[in-house]
Design a protein around this ligand. Structure first.
Ligand code: SF4
Length: 337
């Protein structure tokens, strides 16, 4: 995969290419050559991806951001979580669009990145904040490089409706201000109100790209609970609310005590079921679930997490701390929680 990953690293602006020839000219722009970077006039290049939706081949265009590169690298895996399809909702925003939002508009929005599963069907992965910050840093670097290299930003797409609306507004404003000079007092206020009414016509909202495979928003938003443990700020809130569910690990970062599985990521390798079928079982889709967290010793949960080929088992913490070598097993479980 090294060739593929190297190409993706360039395309996603993770590692943009540039060549500096000191004899190229007098200015930095003349000496710097950004050849080899796709769509140099854009923040992120646009690529097409093919996928399968309800058995049919489909295609869509996607901006390739740094996050789209990171999601393919195992070292960044902890920054992504699969979102069950029945939890998809309208507050989820594809990452390139999320990056274009300002801080206020990002409130209540959840960034996700598209991924293809083994059947080439689309799935959504939740993107953790460090990935967003890295993408912003890479974008800022690319913009600086592009500016030094003298690459112009693209001319914005012409939106005829917007232009028509703006021209209409300008004409009305000019007309109104001329009339304002002729009227006085309340009449002027009425004209102001009229002007307000004209200018408060709903503005054209930028449309999110239509993606055929997006399922309608589900009413129920249930997801298996999980914590970005490394991001925990140790504020105690969760522990105060329910110490039966939450606890600090050895680094004083909050974790969830109950064991759980990223069931949708299960690759049906049987390992956990072999270790303890009283704890683990397959659901109707042949994906592993926790049947009974107390169906066996805590060490079986840890062993299953260690054996799990998909690394989707999270052992939580033992209810019974008196078992032999329990501290050793808690320690071994740490990296899966
Ligand atoms: S060990 Fe992991 S991948 Fe294998 S069946 Fe169990 S949960 Fe699924």
């Amino acid at each position: 995969m090294s060739h593929h990953q190297a190409k993706l690293a360039v395309e996603s602006r993770a590692y943009p290419l540039f060549r500096y020839d000191p004899d190229g000219g007098l200015t930095v722009g003349e000496c710097l050559d950004l050849d080899g970077n796709p769509n140099p006039d854009r923040d992120w290049p646009v690529t097409k991806i093919q996928y399968v939706d309800k058995g049919r081949e489909k295609e869509m265009e996607l901006s390739t951001t740094f996050v789209d590169f990171a999601v393919t690298e195992a070292r960044f895996r902890k920054h992504f979580r699969k979102i069950p399809r029945d939890s998809w909702n309208e507050d989820m925003v594809q990452v390139s669009e999320y990056l274009d939002l300002d801080e206020d508009d990002r409130e209540d929005k959840v960034p996700f990145v598209w991924a293809l599963d083994a059947k080439r069907e689309l799935s959504r992965l939740l993107v953790a904040q460090p990935m967003i910050e890295s993408a912003e840093e890479r974008r800022a670097f690319w913009i600086m490089l592009r500016d030094l290299g003298g690459v112009q930003e693209p001319v914005a797409d012409v939106d005829e409706v917007q232009i028509e609306s703006r021209v209409r507004q300008e004409v009305v404003q000019k007309l109104a201000s001329s009339l304002m000079g002729l009227v006085s007092g309340n009449q002027a206020l009425d004209m102001g109100a009229m002007l307000d009414a004209v200018s408060s016509e709903p503005a054209q909202q930028p449309q999110l790209r239509a993606v055929e495979s997006v399922a309608p928003a589900a009413d129920g938003d249930y997801m298996a609970p999980w914590i970005d443990t490394e991001e925990c700020t140790e504020c105690d809130e969760c522990i105060i609310i329910n110490p039966q569910i939450f606890e600090y690990n050895a680094d004083k970062k909050a974790i969830i005590k109950n064991p759980w599985i990223d069931t949708e990521e299960c690759t049906e390798c049987d390992e956990c079921i072999i270790i303890n079928p009283q704890i683990f079982e397959y659901n109707a889709d042949k994906k592993a679930i926790i049947k009974n967290p107390n169906g066996g010793p805590y060490r079986d949960l840890v062993k299953a997490a260690e054996k799990c080929t998909a690394e989707v088992i999270h052992p939580g913490l033992p209810r019974d701390r008196s078992a032999k070598d329990i501290d050793k097993w808690i320690k071994r479980a740490e990296k899966f929680n």
